[in-house]
Each structure stands twice: as C-alpha cells, then as structure tokens.
Write a protein that binds this ligand. Structure first.
Ligand code: HEM
Length: 411
C-alpha cells in the first residue's frame, strides 16, 4: 500500500533519526529509506551511530569486536549512580545485556527449554489456548484483537513455561503491557524511571514469592530449574535468577503480541495477500517470515565497540555504540527486491527481527509457531472478520517495541 515518502532532496530540518516523533512511530519505513540512502552509518545527535543497511547491521551483531558492555555504557552515559536505580540494576543481570562468559553461562541454563523440538511439542497446547480464547469471544461479534486475542496467547504460554499458577494469569494479563520505553534509545524522564523502578520492584516481589512456591513444590518449569541451579551455588546468583526470570517473562510476550497484531494489520492493509493466505492456508509458515520482515515487533538493538572497528567505511571508536535498525535492514532493497511490498510468497526471507550472533532470540521458534497458529486459526474460524480502522491505527508511542495499543475488529 502506498505511503507518503519524504523527499530525499528536501533540506533537512528534522534530524535524520528521530525515533519518538509521531511520524516515525506511525510509519518508520520512509525515514529508514532516507537514512539508508543519505547516511547509512549515521552519527546521531543522541550520541550514537545508527546503522540502517542490512550488511552493516548483520556485521555489527555478529562481530566479536562488538558487545553489550551494559554497565560500561550506562555509567559512561549517566554516571555510576545509574546502577543504584533498581530497574537498571536488574537489567544489568539480564543475559540480553551481558557479554561472554556470563552471557554463555546464563543462556546455557535455559536454552534447552527453547529448542525447536521442545517448542514443536508445544503446538497442541498453543492450539488449545487459541481455540479457548476464540470460544470465549466468538458470539460477541466484536473484539479488540490485541487485548482480547493477541495478548492472551504469549502471556499464557510464558506463564506455563515459568510455572506461574493459573489463578494468577488474569492479574498478569491486566498488567502485561508496561515498560516498553525502557528499551528506547531516548533517555527516560525522572518520572518514567520512578515508574519503571516501581514496576520492577513489584514484579521482583511477585517472582520472589513464586521462587518460594517452587522451592516447596517443584514443577516441570523454568522457574524450578533456575531456582535449583541457584541453590547449587555456583551457576547463577540470586540477582541473576530474578533478573533473568523477569527478562524471560517480558521478552516472551510484548514481542509476540505485536507479531500477531502488526501481522494482522499488514494482511488487512494488503487484501490481495489476505485473500491469497485464506485460499492457501499452507502459505502460513512463509507468511509469518514475511510479516516478521515487513513490520517487525522489535525495530532496533544495540552494540558497543569493545575496540576500534570500521563499520561500512565509518570508524567507530572503542566505547562508542551502534544502534542496529533491524526494521531498516529488513527493508534493504539490496537484499529484498521491492522491499515495501508485502509478498507472503517471497522466497528466501531471513528476517533480522530476531537479531543475530550470540544473542539471537531464544524464543524465535516459539514466537513463529505462536504467530502461525494464532493467525491461521483466527482467519479460519472468523472468515468474515473486518478491522475497524486500517488507515490510522493506534500505535504505541515506543520505538524499539513496535506495536498497537488496540486493533478493534468485528465479524
Ligand atoms: C516476534 C517475537 C520476538 C521478537 C521479534 C524477538 C526479538 C528478539 C531480538 C531482536 C533479540 C536479540 C536482541 C539483541 O541481539 O540485542 C531477542 C533476544 C531474546 N529473546 Fe526474543 N523476540 C521475540 C520473542 C521472544 C519470546 C517468545 C521469548 C521467550 C519466551 C524471547 C526471549 C528472548 C531472550 C531470552 C533473548 C535474549 C537472548 C540472549 O541474550 O542470548 N523472545 N529477541
């Protein structure tokens, strides 16, 4: 579908990379094309480089001269006291923010739960959750596709995997969508940090009580597994236990909710592709790859240079950070001909949406299967489903996590 394109020749009054501007949030892709054409490894006024070409993004994510250096990066930018903030202290223990060998140790403790085989075995349970959700709302004739449908699947799945008791699920659904600003490259205000601290402490308190429960009543779940590893004394610390359970809990839902939401919006904005998928349901596996590429629910991740490195001909000094625009790499015309076209039959799609290198998303296969079952089942069971507003949907005001506040639909 055609979108207004900013002129490449027009004098620049706007910064080339302005992630939280409403125009970028509404449709970042013309802005990415401009950035990639005019200054592909761009030094932003935010004090970081911004990479938008597929080759540069892929290089930065995989090259060992880049790492996370979370503590170094945060203290250089905000001073050493930043790690007294509970939320940043907690994040400093996430495997997502760690470098080897700590990253290797923590990822190794949970990786088995996410293998393709283990996730494949979860298909019947995923199908059951989707069917039960639709059974509950089918007779209503209308719903919010995000709150009533997309949210429930990934949240229930990660609750299952973490051994969160069923009676807590409703409480978790209602608080499931905060925190997105924390990952954005624009500093948080004091009020936002205070809110993030409060949310982090409340979540940590909930998980501490879950750890007690799983010590008394071990289960076949990740929390029990990590609590037992912590008790052995040398595999992970108490703060690492709490931090990584919080990471798994959060990473396991907002991202997949938005794969389902952004994916459905993209299909309804491209009725020829929607029709093609309805007529050929076996296209769903490739369609999910294309939906991941076309409008990724994670738009960006970053790395810091651990030594001086040249990226696409630009010198990046040790200690400087590079933001990798995954959403821009996914629309790079060098890799994907006609990149702004949604084509669920496109061959050789390898979306950058799950990152690359040692931090490649642990939940990638799980997210793909959840997306596949959710979208295929919805289209099959509600064939007359219509979206109320495909032209001006209500985007959440966050950049890294790209998704909708709501997506009203009826049938
Ligand atoms: C469409 C859904 C998802 C997307 C687009 C996504 C995206 C990503 C990306 C881009 C990264 C790497 C970040 C980096 O390199 O800095 C990542 C890492 C991670 N993801 Fe996902 N994710 C999704 C779903 C999930 C799910 C369902 C889970 C778990 C249940 C999960 C758990 C994780 C974890 C634990 C990491 C950190 C891995 C590491 O540092 O080694 N993600 N994800």
């Amino acid at each position: 579908m055609s979108q207004p394109q900013p002129s490449l020749e027009a004098p620049q009054t706007e910064p080339l990379f302005n992630p939280l501007s409403p125009e970028v949030i509404a449709n970042p892709y013309p802005h990415y094309h401009r950035l990639r054409t005019l200054d592909p490894v761009h030094r932003s006024p935010l004090g970081v480089f911004v990479a938008s070409r597929h080759a540069d993004v892929s290089f930065v994510l995989r090259d060992k001269r880049f790492g996370k250096d979370f503590v170094g990066r945060m203290t250089r930018r905000f001073g050493p006291q930043v790690l007294d903030e509970p939320v940043y202290r907690s994040m400093s223990h996430w495997m997502l923010q760690m470098d080897p060998p700590d990253h290797t140790r923590l990822r190794g403790l949970v990786v088995k739960a996410f293998t393709a085989r283990r996730v494949e075995d979860m298909r019947p349970r995923i199908q059951e959750i989707v069917d039960r959700t639709l059974d509950r709302i089918e007779s209503r004739g209308q719903m919010d596709l995000i709150a009533d449908f997309a949210l429930r699947l990934p949240v229930t799945v990660i609750c299952d995997m973490l051994g969160i008791p069923e009676e807590d699920h409703e409480m978790i659904f209602s608080g499931a969508r905060g925190g997105g600003r924390l990952l954005d490259p624009v500093p948080l205000s004091r009020a936002e940090i205070d809110q993030a601290n409060a949310d982090n402490l409340a979540t940590a308190a909930y998980f501490h009580s879950l750890f007690e429960l799983r010590r008394r009543q071990p289960g076949d779940d990740l929390t029990t597994q990590l609590v037992q590893a912590e008790e052995e004394g040398h595999k992970l610390t108490n703060e690492e236990l709490t931090g990584n359970i919080i990471l798994l809990f959060g990473a396991g839902h907002e991202t997949t909710v938005n794969l389902i939401g952004n994916g459905l919006l993209a299909l309804y904005r491209n009725p020829d592709q929607l029709r093609l998928l309805k007529e050929n349901p076996t296209l769903i596996t490739n369609a999910i790859e294309e939906l991941l590429r076309y409008d990724s629910s994670v738009q960006l991740t970053g790395r810091t240079a651990l030594e001086d490195v040249s990226v696409g001909g630009v010198d990046v000094a040790k200690g400087e950070s590079v933001l990798c625009l995954l959403g821009a790499a996914n629309r790079d015309p060098v890799v994907y001909p006609n990149p702004d076209r949604l084509d669920i039959t496109r061959p050789n799609i390898r979306p950058m949406s799950f990152g690359g290198g040692i931090h490649f998303c642990l939940g990638a296969q799980l997210a793909r299967i959840e997306g596949e079952i959710a979208i295929a089942t919805l289209l099959r069971r509600l064939p007359n489903l219509k979206l109320d507003n495909v032209e001006h949907p209500d985007w959440r005001p966050t950049f890294v996590l790209r998704g909708l506040n709501g997506l009203p639909a009826r049938w």
